[in-house]
Design a protein around this ligand. Structure first.
Ligand SMILES: [Zn+2]
Length: 312
């Protein structure tokens, strides 16, 4: 990679001297689509950040047909603060803040500028994530019900993870994400998740890198044969289960293993005392992420149960 491909997005409107976000922008020798790859919407999901960083550094303009923009850490304040889930300045989740607001709080201003700089004008968007510091995770890709959902599903399958979740607009568990903002702009997009608990697991980084490479090949922005999708469980939406009370959370199931309707998923207990609440599966599904921290506040998120077994 030539250093001339490194760019900076300067957002002067943010407090404390503004923000400068480094990224790599490679314009290829031949025509082709514009692929944008971002990570670090959540600043402590390190495997996804590592994968975009390595992918960016590996790019050779002679190999690119079209353009690849790669942004390893879009939420730099959370990265430096080692802050899970939220932007430190306002405590808001950047992945609930899109399309943003130039006159809003820190996360909303940041989302607005990220959308203008990186989403608008892209032909495809990949947003890489992992389980955050207190989360175990089974690798999956997610896309939104939208006018471009067929192309988004194609990206999700090409990414090559074991589970794919389609999120319907009627039952969106996540609003304001990069993916939903992209879908609203008519840009096929996925969230891809690999890695967990803030650990720099090499295998999880490699899984992301393999997915990035295969998607880039499938849309023709990088050369090479596209690997066929593996056997994939496809799910129609989620149950995001929350605890009714604060307490000591103890999961009863691992991620990635099917559960039946009514199965015990975990318990919330008093720190000194008995069980306060049992959490059971509202229908059959597969837990794809799971809070591993025992400390949960009332209404805290416990796990994401992808609906159905994925078998058709
Ligand atoms: Zn995330």
């Amino acid at each position: 990679m030539s250093s001339s491909t490194v760019r900076w997005l300067a957002i002067d409107e943010l407090p404390d001297g503004g923000l400068k976000i480094p990224y790599v922008d490679v314009r290829g020798a031949r025509d082709g689509p514009h692929l944008t790859v971002v990570a670090g919407v959540h600043g402590t999901e390190y495997t996804s950040i590592a994968a975009v960083r390595e992918f960016a550094l590996s790019l050779d303009p002679q190999q690119v047909s079209g353009r690849i923009t790669a942004v390893p850490v879009v939420n730099l304040p959370a990265f430096w603060a080692r802050s899970p889930f939220v932007v430190p300045a306002d405590g808001k989740n950047l992945n609930r803040s899109f399309p943003g607001d130039p006159d809003g709080s820190y996360a909303e201003v940041l989302a607005h500028h990220l959308l203008q700089a990186f989403l608008t004008g892209s032909d495809y968007l990949l947003d890489l994530h992992a389980g955050d510091l207190p989360e175990a995770l089974e690798p999956f890709a997610m896309y939104e019900e939208s006018a471009v959902q067929a192309a988004s599903r194609g990206l999700a399958l090409a990414y090559g993870l074991g589970h794919v979740v389609r999120q319907s607009t009627a039952e969106r568990t996540v609003a304001g994400s990069t993916c939903s903002a992209a879908a609203d702009l008519g840009i096929p997009a996925i969230v891809a998740e690999s890695g967990q608990n803030g650990l720099m697991e090499r295998s999880a980084v490699d899984r992301h890198l393999a997915g990035l490479t295969n998607v880039a090949r499938s849309i023709g922005v990088l050369p090479g044969d596209t690997l066929p999708p593996p056997v994939v469980c496809e799910h129609d939406g989620w149950h995001w289960l929350r605890t009714p009370v604060a307490g000591w959370w103890e999961p009863a199931v691992p991620v990635g293993v099917e559960v039946a309707a009514g199965d015990l998923l975990g318990t919330v207990s008093e720190i000194c005392g008995g069980v306060l609440a049992e959490v059971r599966a509202p229908e059959a599904g597969v837990p794809l992420f799971l809070t591993t921290s025992p400390a949960v506040l009332a209404d805290g998120l416990l796990l994401g149960l992808a609906r159905g077994t994925g078998r058709t």
